[in-house]
Design a protein around this ligand. Sequence first.
Ligand code: GDP
Length: 301
Amino acid sequence: FKRLRQNLKKTRDALGAELTQTLFDTLDDETWERLEEALIMADVGAKATAEIVGRLETEATTGGMTDPAALQDRLTELLAEAARPTGDATIDLRHGPTVIMVCGVNGTGKTTSIGKLAHTLATQLGQKVVLGAADTFRAAAVEQLQIWGERAGVEVVAAVPGGASDPASVAFEAVRRGREAGADVVIVDTAGRLHTQLPLMEELAKVRRVIEKQLPGAPHEILLTVDSTTGQNGLRQAQEFSQAAPVTGIVLTKLDGSAKGGIAIAIAQELSIPVKLIGIGEALEDLRPFDADDFASALVR
Ligand code: GDP
């Protein structure tokens, strides 16, 4: 939790000196305006901001809650409430193997997140993991995944032995290999370029189909990486992706370097997809389950 606080420093700084108890020392119109401005700047979103400010103001003016410390606690609670994901934010690992497909626009932190996830699953939870490097359009992406695989000590499937190396074939082979090797989890990386000949969304659908063909019921999770530093843009990307694929969870990356961490709240409010994991740094252990209460406390105090 301490590390989360440290790593969310940038969002907290963006909220400025604003979300400290001193904001509530005098309660007047300016107090609520400053609070509103701070939340909007952190990309909490207009709707959630209006609701949080409105409720706090009512509780202060008509409810008689005027103690600065009490107001600050209440603000933390309201932020946590707004950030709480709709739907189940856990990742069920009881399938044999559990297949996790990861998608997202290039640069959002897809490969890095897969590496961290593989590391956590393998070293902390003792799971046998196989990675599928199905982002075959970028040679660098395949290489990068291989490096992450080495670091995490897990097998990486990058091509069908002696055969094809297109995305669908690699995805199919990764799941086949996962079953053969008795893996607990297979994580499949996918392409993330936005514009090429074959529309990205069509290709994701194809990768999904072949995974399902290899293992009925799979993929069990479709995770989407969203770069928190892009704020509302990330929210729009998530909306687009979720129209094309049944995204089951969001990995919100780069929260450590983002002044727009409030986007976690905007996502909870505007999408019916839970944020399941957050990226808070570049190291192997910097991927965490998302916890709305910890997140809100890290922002305010
Ligand atoms: P991809 O193109 O989506 O696969 O993106 P990469 O995984 O290659 O990540 C792009 C850049 O973002 C790299 O320089 C990563 O080190 C960096 N990155 C990814 N996740 C995080 C994070 O949580 N925090 C920080 N600070 N950097 C990150």
